[in-house]
Design a binder for this molecule. Structure first.
Ligand SMILES: Nc1ncnc2c1ncn2[C@@H]1O[C@H](COP(=O)(O)OP(=O)(O)OP(=O)(O)O)[C@@H](O)[C@H]1O
Ligand SMILES: [Mg+2]
Length: 358
């Protein structure tokens, strides 16, 4: 799919911004605080229902405004062209309305219509940060590949929430255990789908890494309970600990992607610049993988790629960006420097106002 028209109102510093995007490459140039990252966040929000910078909706509403609105036209899969989808979000303090082609829709509808990924200056957090970010990364990929993944995930989360509420409320064992069969059934299914995804994803990743890194990365999935063990048994064994902690201590919600180089955790082994490049490699591999799965390009947002990368590392990244099956939105402080290829559209942004450069 490809984003064509984007309209933004009262989102961070963007009071009323509009752009007709190039299907391949969009370069957004502006000084510090001009609104570059805000523009990428708005696009990300349309496909993910949240910002890649974290924080809640209230922070995204322009100071002094009651709410923000985002709208975009999305052309469908490259292989089966059809009419564009019109997607939009309207967020005010406390309410959120999502629409697709005029009808009420859900965040997951937007996620399917607009697969969007971001590489931002905090991308090293995918390596250095906690497991939650890597689980999100993983789940976004599986979501696009396995069609019933979201249903399973929701059923699991509901059972987990109820079980944890019973544990926290110190309710009788039978009340806690009433959720176990739903939890177990969905945990096993989630685990299987994630494992299938990872085994396919790994080969895509090694292709990207071989062009970027002089060392070999070992990537493994830690499922959230004893490796290879039976989840039913693990849940039963964890019961005293669950009681003590007031929450379920084992399951897919505790899973992680483990990244090692020569037996050492990547977050300890790699420099910050190398972590950024590895984080970018993970995103790029997933872009290839998901684009393949949905038979269409995806949207890839690259915020300030020059931040903390030397020229050689920037060149590596730009080489890979040129082959990625994605519609690119790249921000920069200026239009000089590594990787600047003017084969798409360039937009200047100043104090929240966007204009195409000709
Ligand atoms: N809710 C908000 N309402 C109004 N302005 C906001 C809001 N949130 C952030 N801003 C402001 O928006 C401006 C643009 O921020 P943004 O992060 O998009 O800049 P940028 O062009 O990416 O800058 P940099 O090059 O420093 O990364 C900043 O001045 C910021 O303080
Ligand atoms: Mg920025």
């Amino acid at each position: 799919m490809t984003l064509s028209k984007i309209q933004i109102r009262n989102f961070r510093c963007l009071q009323g911004a509009e752009l007709s995007a190039d299907p391949d490459l969009n370069l957004i140039v502006g000084n510090n605080a001009a609104g570059k990252t805000s523009l990428l966040e708005a696009v990300y929000y349309l496909g993910r229902g949240r910002s890649f910078r974290g924080g809640g909706n209230a922070e995204l509403i322009k100071t002094g405004a009651d709410g923000f609105t985002l709208f975009a036209e999305v052309s469908p899969a490259d292989v089966s062209p059809g009419p564009s989808a019109k997607i939009g979000c309207e967020v005010s303090r406390g309410t959120k309305t999502i629409r697709m082609n005029g009808a009420s829709a859900k965040t997951t509808d937007l996620a399917s219509a607009l697969p969007v990924q971001a590489i931002d200056p905090e991308i090293h957090e995918l390596i250095q940060g906690g497991p939650e970010q890597r689980r999100r990364f993983l789940d976004w990929g599986v979501f696009h590949v396995e069609h019933d993944y979201i249903t399973t995930w929701r059923a699991y989360k509901t059972a987990l929430k109820q079980r944890n509420a019973a544990l926290k409320g110190q309710l009788p064992n039978a009340t806690v255990e009433a959720w176990d069969s739903t939890l177990i059934k969905n945990a096993i299914s989630l685990d299987l789908q994630r494992k299938t995804f990872i085994s396919d994803f790994k080969s895509q990743l090694s292709l990207i890494l071989s062009e970027m890194f002089p060392f070999s990365l070992n990537i493994s999935y830690s499922q959230g309970w004893k490796e290879g063990g039976d989840f039913k048994e693990a849940l039963a064994a964890s019961f005293p600990r669950d009681r003590a902690m007031g929450a379920t201590q084992v399951g897919p919600h505790r899973a992680d992607l483990k990244l090692h180089i020569d037996g050492q955790a990547a977050r300890h082994r790699l420099s910050r610049g190398q972590q950024k490049l590895l984080g970018a490699a993970l995103i790029l591999a997933q872009t290839h993988f998901v684009a393949n799965a949905v038979s269409s390009r995806v949207v890839l947002l690259v915020d300030d790629p020059a931040a903390e990368l030397d020229e050689e590392h920037q060149e590596h990244l730009f080489c890979l960006l040129q082959t990625v099956p994605a519609q690119l939105f790249i921000t920069r402080l200026d239009s000089s420097g590594v990787g600047w290829q003017n084969n798409g559209k360039t937009f200047a942004i100043e104090a929240g106002n966007i204009s195409p450069l000709v």
